[in-house]
Ligand binder design. Structure first.
Ligand code: HEM
Length: 532
């Protein structure tokens, strides 16, 4: 059909009209959204808001923009801003429209309470985690208790004591592998330690270790993919729907970079397979060769909806990722300082030798004996302090109580109420530099943990926040200490005297930004060493 001139003019007018209408609609939506946000910001700033009495920057009280800017645009730098806010506004500050931050260790037992006092997690904090439906990622107090109970038994002191021979053996394998680098080029020690901690937790939790220490070289390992996943935390906090894309990644696992593929394969393929096999074994009463983390979850009184394969796989994966980076980074920080200050290493070795450990011996004193050594314990505490564990704030909310803070600021008494349900948190990266508790806080000084009788100083111990506190503190403190005591003792006796730092300075172990865990300057190449 041939169109007339009138028709094409009419089409053009309708076309322009269509475009204008679409633009108008989009503009109206944008204007409505902007008006809504302005009204919301006005409410956040008004005396009507339940947090209006808490001091802090006005922009942070009005909107999440400062947090978005520092954590997403600048990459994990809001904790530093929060630290600076405390210097201006005091120990209690409002850091965003719905959250308060505290910098007073004396209030920590109220925020991280135990003994039947309910503590939820902040929903915004959990939104950044891919590991939804895990204990770690659970907002509600009661549901968290239900999910944590079977795991807590698995990580009890008596269970970990039974694991000691295995950790001893792994510590020696780590030393063998490090010594085999003798005369070779420099390598990344952080990655080597991560292979040790990954083998320990994977062997214990899944019945079969990932075997990174017995493989040639240090790659692939679990550190790189864990860091890659954690880098998304702040983006997901602002765009939480994106985390659901992760569930489709199993389809493309063969095309992903090797280390990212490793995470996806574990989470989406290998762990669900193990769980299904374990479920089948339980149905046939087959006794597993050794306990795994799945047995207590499947045999517990968890309701059936909590025992789905996908949820259990995520829970197991959370344990794997929480158990590797924290402990290995603490070991790396300790190693750096011992190599940088040889008199501390000498002192530590002397203590170990006096306790009966042989110079080149592969047999260490028992974990319980090592725990009695004051200087070894002090070195570990100081390493935990300067490695922070989780550097970012870990907020809690009290759904059933209003919290009352009483303290002092600028020599005046202050008092604030934190209304029920509102998140309030503390950050290890800030607390561990409280100069009142840890004078010269950036320096590595193990002696600060000991008094003149070589006993631990209680007031200093109270300042350590590495494992968090209360009902949601780290579930695997026993395992972490077991790895640190045995790993460090073996290293100090057999490897550290032959280890040299390579192009590594204090900057390479100093917190610069965070992605839950602390990160050093982006240009850093981690702790690199050679072996004589
Ligand atoms: C130096 C070593 C470690 C440090 C500093 C550390 C630190 C922490 C912190 C601060 C939390 C609380 C996080 C929050 O409040 O959101 C936590 C929770 C947790 N950690 Fe650790 N951790 C360490 C080792 C381990 C190990 C070896 C494992 C694994 C076996 C592990 C498994 C977990 C789990 C499962 C949770 C969640 C507990 C819950 O929500 O109930 N951690 N850890």
């Amino acid at each position: 059909m041939v169109s007339t001139g009138n028709n094409s003019l009419e089409d053009s007018i309708w076309g322009v009209y269509g475009v204008l209408t679409t633009w108008n609609t989009l503009l109206s939506i944008a204007a409505t959204w902007a008006a809504y946000k302005i009204l919301q910001a006005a409410y956040n700033l008004s005396p009507l808001h339940p947090l209006s009495h808490i001091p802090g920057p006005r922009l942070a009280a009005a909107s999440y923009l400062p947090e978005l800017y520092w954590d997403v645009v600048c990459g994990g730098r809001y904790t530093r801003q929060i630290r600076d806010m405390h210097r201006i506004y005091g120990p209690i500050v409002r850091i965003n429209p719905s959250e308060v931050h505290c910098d007073d260790v004396d209030f920590s037992d109220e925020i991280y309470a135990v003994g039947g006092r309910k503590r939820g997690k902040s929903a915004r904090q959990v939104d950044g985690l891919v590991l939804i439906h895990t204990g770690f990622g659970t907002v509600d107090h009661d549901l968290h208790r239900l999910r944590r109970a079977p795991l807590a038994k698995f990580f009890s002191r008596s269970m970990i004591a039974r694991l000691e021979p295995e950790i001893q053996a792994l510590a020696q394998t780590l030393c063998d592998k490090l010594l085999a680098q003798s005369g070779k080029e420099a390598f990344d020690l952080t990655v080597a330690y991560s292979c040790f901690t990954t083998d320990a937790i994977s062997g214990y939790a899944f019945g079969q270790s990932l075997g990174y220490l017995t493989r040639e070289g240090w790659y692939p390992n679990f550190r790189n993919p864990t860091i890659a996943a954690l880098k998304l935390v702040y983006v997901l906090r602002f765009l939480p729907f994106l985390k659901h894309l992760a569930s489709s990644a199993a389809w493309v696992v063969d095309y992903l970079p090797e280390d990212v593929g490793l995470v996806v394969r574990n989470l989406q393929i290998d762990l669900p397979k193990k769980i299904d096999a374990m479920k089948a074994d339980l149905n046939t009463d087959k006794v597993p060769e050794r306990p795994t983390i799945f047995a207590p979850m499947l045999e517990s009184t968890l309701p059936e909806r909590e025992q789905g394969t996908s949820r259990l796989a995520k829970e197991a994966f959370a344990v794997l990722s929480a158990g590797t980076e924290t402990t290995s980074w603490a070991l790396a920080v300790i190693t750096y300082h011992l190599l940088e200050k040889p008199h501390l290493l000498e002192k530590l070795r002397r203590e170990l030798l006096e306790a009966g450990a042989g110079k080149e011996s592969r047999q260490l004193p028992a974990w319980t004996e090592l725990e009695k050594l004051p200087f070894l314990g002090a070195v570990i505490q100081e390493g935990l302090r300067l490695s922070y564990g989780v550097a970012t704030r870990t907020a809690r909310s009290a759904p059933g109580e209003t919290l009352l803070y009483r303290g002092e600021w600028n020599k005046k008494a202050i008092e604030y109420t934190i209304p029920r349900g509102y998140a309030i948190g503390m950050s290890a990266a800030i607390m561990h530099h409280d100069e009142k508790v840890f004078p010269d806080s950036h320096a590595f000084i193990p002696e600060r943990w000991l008094d003149s009788r070589n006993q631990r100083r209680k007031e200093v111990e109270r300042g350590l926040f590495s494992f968090s506190r209360g009902s949601r503190q780290c579930i695997a403190i026993n395992l972490a200490y077991c790895e640190l005591y045995l790993g460090l003792a073996a290293l100090a006796l057999r490897v550290l005297p032959r280890m040299r730092l390579f192009k590594t300075t204090e900057e390479d172990v100093t917190w610069d930004y965070d992605i839950l865990v602390p990160m050093t300057k982006r240009s850093s190449k981690d702790v690199r060493v050679t072996i004589d």
